[in-house]
Ligand binder design. Sequence first.
Ligand SMILES: O=P(O)(O)O[C@@H]1[C@H](O)[C@H](OP(=O)(O)O)[C@@H](O)[C@H](O)[C@H]1O
Ligand SMILES: [Zn+2]
Ligand SMILES: [Zn+2]
Length: 223
Amino acid sequence: MFATSAFTRLIEKSTSHLNLEPDWDSTLQICDSIRQRDIQAKFAIQSLKKKISQDNPHVSVFALGVLESCVKNCGSVIHEEIATKEFMEFLKDQAKIRPDPVRAKILELVQVWSHAFRNEPNYKVVQDTFHLMKMEGYTFPTLKEADAMFKAESAPDWADGECCHRCRVTFSTFLRKHHCRHCGNVFCNKCSSKTSIIPKFGIEKEVRVCESCYEDINGPSNS
Ligand SMILES: O=P(O)(O)O[C@@H]1[C@H](O)[C@H](OP(=O)(O)O)[C@@H](O)[C@H](O)[C@H]1O
Ligand SMILES: [Zn+2]
Ligand SMILES: [Zn+2]
């Protein structure tokens, strides 16, 4: 199980003002631990809020970047935490008092999420916030094509099971279970030994996928 101390270390590492660029490895480990339910989404958002509100703009922008990846990768558990009056108020307040690049990043995220959740009535507060901020005179950047593609689509929740979803072998102490990051099903190592990036989930790093998902993403392997 993933201890909160390990998670806090990942938050520190991925939002350190010493980073010269986003720490994708730590960011994806953060997403995995939220998706695996090793970490409560509420705790993750609280940790990121603290970093976003830190005075150092580098820390704030890196924290907003980690938040962006969580929203893209962790699905409804995270969406439910950010699409709230409290969190949207928090971002609006930060946008009011913080100069660029912090303000610019917040505007970019509020706009992308408003677009991504445009058909989600439960997350209406995000759109309301976007429209309110537009009326308050904030100028939003043009929505990037890739972001317009982002339809709050994220990896499915991980299924559990006592046998491999593909070959039905039963798991044991010596035959461990594994999850495919694309379909979320549980597999033995033999049926999920391949790795792949998953652009549509914003996963830029090679992660474990099952045989059929590998073909879905990369086309039939010639091997
Ligand atoms: O090895 P274990 O101690 O059984 O733990 C398993 C690994 O963490 C797997 O990670 P992986 O998918 O990256 O292999 C994860 O998918 C399973 O749910 C866990 O049970
Ligand atoms: Zn198998
Ligand atoms: Zn799969």
